[in-house]
Write a protein of this length. Sequence first.
Length: 243
Amino acid sequence: MSQTEYANPPITEAVVEIIFNVALDDSDLEKISGRLQKFYPELKITNDVQVMLNLKDQSSIKTEKFPKREFSTADKTEAVVLKAKSIIVSQRAPYRNWELFSARVKRDIALITGGPSLPKSDRIGMRYINRIDIQESGPVIEESHYLKIFVAHPPEFALFAEYSLSFSMLAEDLNGAITVRSGLVESPLVDHRSVLLDIDVFSDREIPQRLDKIEPLLDLMNGRARATFEACITDKCRSLFRV
């Protein structure tokens, strides 16, 4: 999944997310925000709202707000979402290659830590959201021509107009797992149908804290995501990205 292989990678968004074990305090968030704004001039502050209902007394409702800082470049292609318990580094299309994206991820993690180590974390995840655009004028496509994972159906059935598929695999070398989701989605292109291929690779056990240990873990995650992507697509599908 890199520019060196494909002229037009189908990646609509690449994401690295780190979920911390303990929430950062307000002073830490302010310091991190100041460092991030040197690279991301656009800032939007919103709140995630959590509503808790007491089932024994339904009149008792507790609402909590959790601040969310969304940083981005002027063109919105590069972004960071900072919360008290998580950080997300995102690259929206056009995605160039892992070398460029990983350099930014590693830089932003260093900006967040301000030192050689991350706060203790519960999860590190890497996600590639791919949208495969297929030129078809009809209302349905034969997804098996493009993907090796698809929903099989009896010959008595017509081709599916929509479907959703999801599965997970253990990844012991990552101390985590890989989740793959696929389905038909609306295409933004005229006379096209689009297939979603969403690959989520994560580690949720024995997560390193030192940056010099996290960097090789991210490289390993990217390799597993790339191998999973290649295993899921056909040569006919690959031909769509090489033009």
